[in-house]
Design a protein around this ligand. Sequence first.
Ligand code: SF4
Length: 433
Amino acid sequence: MLKNINPISRTIAWDQPRAAYLHIPFCRRRCYYCDFPVAVVGDHARGENSGAIAQYVEVLCQEIEFTGLDTTVSTQPLETIFFGGGTPSLLSVAQLDRILQTLEHRFGMTADAEISIEIDPGTFDLPQIQGYRSAGVNRVSLGVQAFQPELLTLCGRTHSVTDIYAAVELIHQAGILNFSLDLISGLPHQTLEHWQASLEAAIALAPKHLSCYDLIVEPVTAFGRQYQPGDQPLPSDTAAADMYRLAQKLLSAAGYDHYEVSNYGQPGFQCRHNHVYWRNQPFYGFGMGAASYLEGQRFTRPRKTREYYEWVETQKLSISNTPASSLPSSFIPPPSSFQDLLLDTLMLGFRLAEGLSLVELAQQFGKPSLDKVCHCLQLHYEQGWVEVVGVKWEAITQLPSEALPPTARIKLTDPEGFLFSNQVLADLFAELE
Ligand code: SF4
C-alpha cells in the first residue's frame, strides 16, 4: 500500500486549461441505452424555434463569461473545443457561433484550434453544416451506431440507415475533411455478422476516425430495466470480446491506428481534445452535467436543467468553474491526493496505445511508486496483457530512476491488454488504494 501520501498541492504547479467541453443536452428522444444528462425536446424543436434551447445557450454563455473572473491567473488560449451531447446539431448556426465567440472573447483560441461537434444523422441540412464550418468547426463526429435498421430501431435511435449516408454526403459537400463515425458493439440481438457488416460499411465511407464503443447496460436506462448484463439477447462476454478483436483486426487492416481502447484514427487524425482527458491534463467543462478538471480537482455540474441554471446564478455572485465555496457541497469532491492522481494517471494513460512514460511516472510520483506499480502488474505482464518498450521488464525495478531510458514506456497490449483493461485497472486499484 502507498502510505503517508502527500497533498499534491505541495508538489505540483497546475497548468491552465487549454481545452473546453460544451455540453448541449437536448435530444429528440432518449435512446434506450443512454444515461447522459439530456432533455428530450421532440422531433421539431431546434435552434431558435425552441425556447428551451435558446434559454440554455444564454445561460451557457453566461457561465463561460463568468468563469475564472475571480482569479488573477491569466488564462491560456484554447487549443481544443468539443461540443458534445446530447445532440449539439440541434443548435442553429447562430447559437453555435455565439458560444464560440463567447469562448474566444473570454479565453482566446489558437489559430489551429481543433473545434469538434457531435452531430446525429437526420438533424442537420447543408446550410447548417456549412454554417458550422464557417463558424470555425473543423471536425465532426457522426453518431451512426449501427448499419442495421432493426438494431437502430431496437436502440431507440431516431435515424435510419439512409439518413447515415445522407449525413456523410452533406459532410463531404460542406468540405469537412476530418470526420469521425461512432459505432456500438454488444447491442441486444447484435451478431458478429452484424458487427462485421457495420465495420465494413463504416470503412467504405472512409472516415478519418472511428470510435467503437462496447455497450454498457446502465441500470437507469430502458435497456437496464429490460436486460440483465450478460443475459441473452445481449451478446455473451465471449461474443463481445470477439467483436472487439474483429474491430481491431478490420480497422487496422484498413489503415487505422488503434490509438486508444475505443478509438481508431488515420495517421494525423487522432482526436486532440480527447488526448487532453487521457493525458490527465486540465480542461474546462461548461453546461448541464459537464465535468471540469482544474487545479487537480474534478467536479460535475448539476445534471438537471433548473438546478444547473440556479448554480450558474450563484457563480455570477462569486466564483465560477473552480471548486468554489458557493458550490453546493454535493458537487465538490474531496481534494485530490497524491494517490488519486497516480491512479487517475494510470487509468487514463493505459487507455492509450502509447501508454505511459516510465521516466515521467518516476519523476511525478517517485521511483518507489513506479516500482510498486510494476510489482502489482507482474502477473498481467506474464499473461501478455502488459508490455514495456525501451527497457527490459526486470530492469525497471533494478535501475535508479535517472538510469531509466527516456524512451521507456509501459502500456497495455493490443488487443488482449485493451480487452482486459478493466480487470488490469481493478487489480491495480485494489493493490494501490
Ligand atoms: S442521441 Fe446520444 S445523448 Fe441523445 S439520447 Fe441518444 S445516445 Fe443519448
